[in-house]
Design a binder for this molecule. Structure first.
Ligand SMILES: Cc1ncc(COP(=O)(O)O)c(C=O)c1O
Length: 399
């Protein structure tokens, strides 16, 4: 709010829109800023693979630049990439999406999420989502003029969201359910029967389902069920996927949305006015990733699995009980034994032992008393991080 020359406040003169004013600064950002000013820190903070993008993908992209692939692509993305994605979704899930009308290539899942919200949400619409969840979900809903409605999940229930709890939050303003499994920050993979119950609720109340499946390929001894395969909601689901995590391609900025022609054309309207087209070199790299990266992905998943086992066992041993994550690359241990808040714990751990983790409350109220540790870093660094955390916990453990 600003004050006019007469000394009266006038909310219409605020430089910043009310929607943006509602957003809290990301809890994650604050830690990155602190971290950037320190040396010798082991970061379990950023949710990013420590692998380089496989060489054959990088090489193909370099060659594409040499060949002059330096211009815009079609608004919806390169046809070859859409065709390959269509085949991928058919081979993996037996889902048929038409490359010409039901797929849109975006600037990461980040853009796809924003588009999905802005294309479907009217002011005041409510969007139900799990708590804790990925930090952008509620922000994208607010920016689209909607209202995020959080459904508490708990460690006792493996941080799974329940159809009963979702149904209890439905009002005549509910427009959509937004969720992402395998989950950031908990690593939860939802069992198929529970997803089916949620699909049934969505169908009964005629709700849109936005499913962020960016970690679909990163599962360990569990089966990921794609929401769009559930026949109840196939046509009311917006499926979001991307290349950042599976292929270690965070910087290339490529994601996609798969949905009905009506929804994809609405999302494309916003995309063409605000983005034009996703990065061309990134799209060329994504084509190569889809064509020939199965072995690289298998190797990375095996490596993540080793780290996951070590991390979870290590955390439990040092006194931070950790539920077993079956997907993504995050461990979400409880810090209740230290009686600190998540922010206090994360800040002191960083300052005293130079280990960066993300306070669980950055992902929602139900994340309080937990921390998120990303194990997409080398085994040697994880070992050292655990040794430092052990020293820290031993100092502060209360019970
Ligand atoms: C659950 C989830 N969705 C989406 C994203 C954004 O991914 P992208 O790099 O494709 O924009 C992330 C990144 O951390 C994520 O964890």
């Amino acid at each position: 709010m600003t004050i006019n020359p007469q000394g009266q406040s006038n909310k219409y003169h605020s430089l910043i829109s009310q929607r943006v004013g509602q957003l809290l600064p990301s809890g994650i950002r604050r830690f990155f800023d602190l971290l950037a000013s320190m040396e010798g820190v082991i970061s379990l903070g950023v949710g990013e693979p420590n692998f380089n993008t496989p060489w054959h993908i990088r090489e193909t992209a370099i060659y594409s630049i040499e060949q002059g692939y330096t211009v815009y692509t079609s608004n919806v993305g390169m046809l070859e990439l859409r065709e390959l994605l269509s085949c991928y979704l058919k081979d993996t899930y037996k889902l048929a999406y038409k490359p010409n009308s039901e797929l849109l290539i975006t600037v990461g899942v980040s853009e796809a999420l924003d588009l999905a919200m802005r294309a479907t949400i009217n002011p005041g619409d409510e969007v139900i989502m799990p708590d804790p969840c990925y930090v952008s979900y509620s922000a994208c809903v607010i920016l689209a003029g909607g209202i995020p409605i959080m459904v508490t999940t708990s460690e006792e229930e493996n941080f799974e969201i329940s159809a009963v709890d979702i149904e209890a939050k439905i009002t005549n303003k509910t427009k959509a359910i937004l969720m992402g499994y395998p989950a950031n920050p908990t690593g939860t993979v939802m069992p198929a029967n529970k997803l089916k119950e949620i699909a049934e609720v969505a169908r009964r109340y005629n709700l849109l389902l936005i499913s962020d499946e960016i970690y679909a390929k990163l599962v360990y001894g569990a089966t990921h069920t794609c929401m769009a395969t559930l026949p109840e909601i196939r046509h009311s689901t917006i499926l979001l996927g991307g290349f950042s995590k599976t292929y270690a391609m965070t910087g290339w900025r490529i994601g996609y949305a798969a949905a009905s022609e009506e929804i994809i054309s609405a999302m494309t309207k916003i995309h063409q006015y605000t983005i034009m087209s996703a990065p061309t070199m990134g799209q060329v790299a994504a084509i190569e990733a889809l064509k020939s990266s199965d072995n690289s992905v298998t190797e990375m998943v095996e490596e993540y699995n080793q780290r996951r086992l070590m991390m979870v066992e290590g955390l439990n041993t040092i006194g931070l009980p950790c539920f077993e994550p079956k997907g993504a690359f995050y461990a979400f241990p409880s810090i209740k034994a230290t009686a600190m808040t998540s922010e206090e714990f994360a800040e002191r751990l960083l300052l005293e032992e130079k280990v960066a983790v993300i306070p669980g409350n950055a992902f929602g109220k139900s994340g309080e008393s937990y921390i998120r540790c990303c194990y997409a870093t080398s085994l040697a660094e994880l070992e050292e991080a655990l040794a430092r955390m052990e020293r820290f916990v031993a100092k502060y453990i209360k019970i």
